[in-house]
Design a protein around this ligand. Structure first.
Ligand SMILES: [Zn+2]
Length: 165
């Protein structure tokens, strides 16, 4: 299992070739977006947000939003370190936190009322390639993390696989 610093270094190092590959496949500016998202995903949306980690420290005072996540998701479980599942749960969790913050800010009249889900759906409809690039890059950075951890599939998945195979 790699340390937090090793994960950070790998995320930064592999973001460049990943971005170049996406640039070759999809073109510009998606390669740049993929490289930056890959790096940010590895540094800030790491599977290790389920424990006190380097990724968690980077959130500063906002790391408080990850407290319920850390309490609900056991460290290195299928729900944080599972392929596809981990990234999906973190993105959904972050969107719930964002929706709550917007709702509070709207209630306190700090910002005008906005329909966040409608804005999000319109944004996806207007540029699906951008959202696919972002999601793919976040998942790829999670895969790098899982590979660096040494066991890409968490134990729960492996025991389930052996049971039903
Ligand atoms: Zn990990």
């Amino acid at each position: 299992m790699a340390s937090g610093i090793n994960h950070d270094r790998a995320s930064m190092k592999w973001s460049v070739p990943f971005g170049l590959c996406i640039n070759l496949i999809i073109g510009s500016p998606y390669g740049l977006i993929a490289g930056v998202t890959f790096c940010l995903g590895g540094l800030w949306l790491s599977p290790d947000l389920d424990t006190c980690s380097e990724a968690l420290k980077k959130w500063g005072f906002l790391k408080l939003i990850w407290f319920p996540y850390r309490k609900l998701i056991p460290h290195r479980s299928l729900f944080s370190h599972g392929p596809l599942i981990g990234t999906t749960i973190r993105i959904i969790y972050l969107n719930i936190c964002l929706a709550l913050l917007v709702a509070i800010a709207t209630y306190l009249r700090i910002i005008p009322e906005i329909q966040l889900h409608i804005y999000l759906l319109e944004s996806i409809n207007n540029n699906p390639k951008l959202f696919i690039t972002i999601l793919l890059s976040l998942e790829a950075s999670a895969w790098l993390h899982l590979i660096k951890d040494g066991d890409p599939l968490p134990n729960e998945f492996l025991s389930w696989w052996h049971k039903y195979k």
